[in-house]
Design a protein around this ligand. Structure first.
Ligand code: ATP
Ligand code: SF4
Ligand code: MG
Length: 333
């Protein structure tokens, strides 16, 4: 598989009251062409901020508020996105990398017709004939299964359901034929039946366009079904990373085990329904040693002092835990 995106040692800091507060701490993440990579973790772990840093949509320090500093390298097709000019980045965003988020209806403009909004992102918009733009818009709205796409392209956002709104955002994302789609909780605001339809549509679109996808979600069922590889994030760091089968069948980090154990299962006695005690930490973290130690039932005094590195414990299975070898031998969580 060919490497598409290679994010190296990403640190994201936010300026608050003059201080720089670390939100993402040294994240490494790769995405291959056509691959779906899941990014999971509790609320506030830094998943969205990681994705936004890759997309270059955090307002850099020195410009209008909010003020963010992003360090590291984000190589996309060999170019470092963190070192491109605003214009160069604008070309990549939308053309090469697109974003869909969890509030589709709120993401659409209330006063512009849907067809106009869908076509507006095309570079050719100003140059091409109106008829040609509308042909492309209707074609893409049809691809995402908006019924009567031609007639409905002159409707406004309040005339669509949440599921249809997500389809429209997807049409907007795909109309410029990107190679990477960042989907941030694409189904979390939708009811289960519509979630299923959107997931099926995402799968079909991925195949049709040979899209790679960074899929950010709390929903482990969605990850199990969609992702090829998974990164587990805790308090701004990646704590475990492997292919999806290994993460679900042989999780090694106590946080990943707790996350999987939070989902009721009737088919396995390996994961009792137990969850993770305590609340997700908020930045600034200021937790010594392993950031998970206040909530970890395996923590020892050394976990409070020593910060574990993300290391390859088995082939292509990376875990950041000082006690990984002992935990691996435990039969149950
Ligand atoms: N605009 C912002 N201003 C200040 N702090 C922010 C902002 N956005 C996020 N943060 C902080 O950064 C941390 C990471 O936020 P982020 O949105 O990336 O979390 P997340 O993992 O995507 O959570 P969720 O699953 O709830 O979407 C949060 O704890 C929050 O405190
Ligand atoms: S390093 Fe210690 S505290 Fe951290 S996850 Fe491993 S056992 Fe738990
Ligand atoms: Mg988020």
């Amino acid at each position: 598989m060919k490497l598409l995106l290679d994010a190296k040692n990403i640190r994201v800091l936010k300026r608050t009251n003059g201080d720089l507060m670390e939100i993402v701490d040294g994240v490494n993440l790769t995405i291959n062409e056509g691959e779906t990579v899941g990014l999971v973790g509790e609320t506030g772990a830094g998943k969205t901020i990681t994705a936004f840093s890759v997309l270059g949509i955090l307002q850099p320090i020195g410009e209008a508020k909010p003020l963010w500093k992003v360090e590291g390298e984000v190589l996309f097709k060999g170019k470092d996105l963190l070192r491109l000019s605003k214009d160069e980045m604008r070309q990549i965003r939308g053309n090469e990398i697109s974003l869909i988020t969890q509030n589709p209806i709120a993401s659409l403009h209330p006063l512009d017709m849907i067809g106009y909004q869908t076509g507006e992102t095309l570079d050719e918009y100003k140059k091409a004939e109106f008829d040609e733009i509308m042909r492309l818009v209707v074609e893409h709205l049809g691809k995402v299964e908006i019924a009567d796409a031609k007639e409905r392209s002159s409707d406004f956002r309040h005339q669509f359901s949440g599921g249809e709104g997500q389809r429209i955002l997807l049409a907007m994302a795909l109309i410029r034929n990107p190679s990477l789609l960042v989907a941030d909780e694409p189904t979390s605001s939708l009811d289960v039946t519509v979630q299923r339809q959107i997931l099926e549509l995402l799968k079909a679109m991925k195949k049709h366009f040979n899209l790679a996808m960074l899929l950010i979600t709390h929903n482990l069922g969605v990850v199990a079904e969609m992702a090829d590889r998974v990164y587990v994030m805790y308090a701004g760091e990646i704590v475990e990373h492997s292919d999806v089968t290994t993460i679900f069948k042989k999780p090694l980090h106590p946080f990943t085990r707790g996350l999987l154990g939070s989902v009721p299962r009737i088919d396995s006695d390996f994961f009792a329904f137990e969850g993770i005690s305590g609340d997700p930490p908020r930045p600034p973290y200021r937790i010594s040693g392993c950031k998970f130690h206040p909530r970890c039932k395996y923590a020892t005094p050394s976990c409070k002092q020593e910060s574990p590195e993300l290391a390859e414990t088995d082939s292509k299975h990376f875990v950041a835990c000082l006690r990984v070898d002992e935990i691996r031998n435990l039969k149950k969580r």
